[in-house]
Write a protein that binds this ligand. Structure first.
Ligand SMILES: C[S@@+](CC[C@H](N)C(=O)[O-])C[C@H]1O[C@@H](n2cnc3c(N)ncnc32)[C@H](O)[C@@H]1O
Length: 333
């Protein structure tokens, strides 16, 4: 009797929920590959593949680089996922790096433990020294927005000797990673959003922002926040890649507060050089440490030679720019 009741109930449950489960099963690996193959074949046959691929890329660009809330959410999930995928503490930086046009591309001295991520540290050095013009940050309070895995901020603390360093990031996983990986009484990491920076008004001497602003939903809100937390006379160093077309709007946002532009540098060529020197290491990391299914998407973001971002910078569809802004002292206003 009970066997019948359980059997009939199970059949009813399967029948009622089949509209959900059948498509899920069909579209789950390995079926997803089969379906993708069939859809790809049909589109090729109909001569529609080119149009669909183009629209797909445009949608992807809008989602990750132009949308407001979706972009913010997607990048947060992407970095949480990346941190879960790569828990290894030896990977501490996530930017495309900076090199100069010499045989080695080297610009700074580094201890052996930092050598493998040299070019990313070189970008931090270039930015935090105001394009190699400020020798150190002695006695200053530094806050980095979008600190990622914390290596860059730890570099700044070790070599440029500020009084304290605080890293803020929107990915909770990464903040936990930073707290575990970089310890010390004058370095700290907190979860927070660039558009609502967790710091008091006029409490910071130097705000650092490295390759993070392309993830923000509202760049003007971020710049307003930087201006709020900087003390008068404080410095704001920001660098990132963006589409050439978006440069004017980006610079308008940078100029939307009382902060004054001190210097601007186009470092696209230096970043490309860094990627040339570093492509093999970056590719190895992806190939050795991630499932094959993820290689195309991770390659796209990695910046290795031939990747989307590399090609766009090479053709200057995208540029990598760096800015030094200063908040005027009261007497200078
Ligand atoms: C390409 S990584 C760069 C990390 C680090 N600056 C570096 O160079 O190694 C971009 C970082 O920005 C962070 N981020 C994205 N959106 C953010 C937001 N709204 N507020 C704060 N951080 C954010 C991401 O979580 C990620 O860690």
């Amino acid at each position: 009797m009970w066997a019948w009741i359980i059997g009939i109930s199970a059949v009813l449950i399967v029948l009622f929920t089949s509209p959900i489960w059948v498509p899920i099963l069909l579209f789950t690996t390995p079926f997803i590959l089969l379906w993708a193959g069939i859809i790809y074949g049909i589109l090729r046959l109909l001569g529609l593949w080119g149009t669909v691929a183009k629209q797909g890329t445009r949608f992807y660009d809008w989602l990750f680089f132009k949308s407001d809330k979706p972009r913010k959410f997607l990048w947060q999930q992407f970095y949480n996922f990346l941190c879960w995928m790569f828990p290894q503490e030896e990977w501490k930086t996530m930017n495309y790096g900076y090199a100069i046009n010499t045989e080695t591309g080297f610009t700074i001295y580094l201890d052996p433990e930092e050598e493998s991520e040299r070019f990313s540290y070189q970008l931090y050095h270039y930015m935090a020294t105001g394009f190699k013009k400020i020798p150190n940050l002695n006695g200053l309070k530094v806050l980095e927005v979008g600190c990622g895995r914390g290596g860059g901020l730890a570099y700044v603390l070790k070599y440029l000797k500020p009084a304290s360093a605080v890293g803020v990031d929107y990915s909770k996983q990464q903040v936990e990673f930073c707290k575990k990986t970089h310890t010390g009484h004058n370095i700290n990491f907190v979860w927070g959003d660039a558009e609502h920076i967790p710091a008091e008004d006029q409490s910071i001497d130097v705000v650092l922002n490295v390759e993070s602003s392309h993830c923000y939903g509202n760049i003007k809100a971020f710049i307003t926040e930087v201006n709020r937390i900087l003390r008068p006379g404080g410095h704001f160093f920001i660098t990132d890649f963006l589409y050439e077309n978006d440069l004017a709007a980006y610079e308008e946002a940078l100029g939307s507060t009382e902060m004054k532009l001190q210097e601007k540098q186009d470092i696209t060529d230096n970043v490309l050089l860094s990627l040339n020197f570093d492509s093999k290491r970056r590719s190895r990391m992806i190939l050795n440490r991630t499932p094959r299914l993820l290689h195309p998407i991770l390659k796209r973001f990695s910046g290795v030679e031939g990747s989307n971002i590399y090609t766009q910078m090479k053709s200057r569809e995208s540029v990598y720019v760096a800015y030094h802004l200063v908040k005027p002292k009261k007497s200078e206003e």
